[in-house]
Design a protein around this ligand. Structure first.
Ligand SMILES: Cc1ncc(COP(=O)(O)O)c(C=O)c1O
Length: 319
């Protein structure tokens, strides 16, 4: 009997229809310099041009627009370091409902400002997962709002998969697709869409060495939580979840881990060469395709890379 995952290709297609009136169909871009450096043809799916500056709007929009009117009227609550927070805040604003957002006090200032700008109510917590969950539980109990997970929810996974649906329409055949992995929502949606559309497409993840729980989990064949993340890639400081881990376990060929130095130099390279602003979490996937490990993989000529976001703290640039 085939394994059932949290979402399938039909769910991704339904999400694409649901978010179409609200989300951007983001462009793909190429760069001859980077092709030469990677030794292959690379197609970038530029989710830094998505609403709120990251793919996260896809999942949040799908989850919030899919709520019944009765549930929507209760408002929504979530916890996030930034991009999902902005995504929920904007989708809630578009739906005309309240958004309660729990953000770690260390969140990037530009992300916090944007969340407030969309009219959401922000609650601060400590950076630990425990603190985030405690505050989220309290706000959920006090307000009765519906919880929207940053990654571990079927509607979120299906929504994130819509980037890959578009990428494959725009780029045509790909041999491999690379995404960063935090909680694994982006990778899960990508893997579901890619593997059902083209079972030969190789699915490769990228993680910071300082937050390599998914890489360690894949190597061990069992879920290993992230304990003390140490990385500039603020979107990737999360463990995978009960829905995302099985999808990653069964579909991802390998996860390439990236040093902090390589995250920063890849981010800078894309700014300089492609003239587009990408954030550290997105640069992790760029660094992966430039790594010796990836270059050593045979039979891969054309690669899709999801540039997952572009929300950078300009007051604290890493160079
Ligand atoms: C820019 C960016 N890239 C990647 C990720 C990781 O996404 P996921 O948690 O779905 O793995 C995030 C999550 O916040 C993000 O903001």
């Amino acid at each position: 009997m085939p394994t059932t995952y949290a979402a399938n290709l039909e769910d991704v297609k339904e999400a694409a229809r649901r978010i179409a009136p609200y989300a951007n169909r983001t462009p793909i871009m190429t760069c001859a310099t980077i092709d030469a450096m990677a030794g292959r043809s690379i197609v970038f799916k530029c989710e830094n041009f998505q609403k709120i500056g990251a793919f996260k709007f896809r999942g949040a929009c799908n989850a919030i627009m899919g709520l019944s009117d009765a549930d929507a009227a209760r408002g929504v609550v979530t916890q996030s370091s930034g991009n999902h927070a902005q995504a929920v805040a904007l989708a809630a604003k578009l739906r005309g409902i309240d958004a309660h957002i729990i953000m770690p006090s260390s969140s990037v200032a530009v992300k916090k400002r944007a969340v407030l700008g969309y009219g959401a109510k922000v609650y601060e917590c400590d950076v630990t997962e425990q603190s985030r969950n405690e505050v989220c539980d309290r706000v959920e109990a006090e307000t009765g709002a519906i919880r929207i997970s940053p990654f571990d929810q079927p509607e979120i996974i299906a929504g994130q998969g819509t980037a890959t649906l578009e990428l494959l329409e725009q780029a045509g055949h790909l041999d491999a697709i690379v995404t960063p992995i935090g909680g694994g929502g982006l990778m899960s949606g990508t893997a579901i869409a890619a593997s059902e559309l083209d079972p030969k497409l190789r699915i490769i993840g990228a993680e910071p060495k300082g937050a390599d729980d998914a890489a360690r989990s894949l190597a061990a064949g069992k879920f290993i939580p992230l304990t003390e993340p140490k990385t500039i890639a603020d979107g990737l400081r999360t463990s995978t979840g009960k829905y995302t881990w099985p999808i990653i376990r069964d579909h991802v060929e390998r996860i390439i881990t990236i040093s902090e130095e390589d995250i920063v130099s890849s981010m800078r390279l894309i700014w300089e060469r492609m003239k587009i602003v990408i954030e550290p979490s997105a640069a992790v996937a760029v660094a992966a395709i430039l790594s010796d490990e990836f270059k050593g993989l045979e039979g891969i000529d054309k690669v899709g890379v999801i540039i997952s976001g572009g929300n950078v703290d300009f007051d604290n640039l890493p160079w």
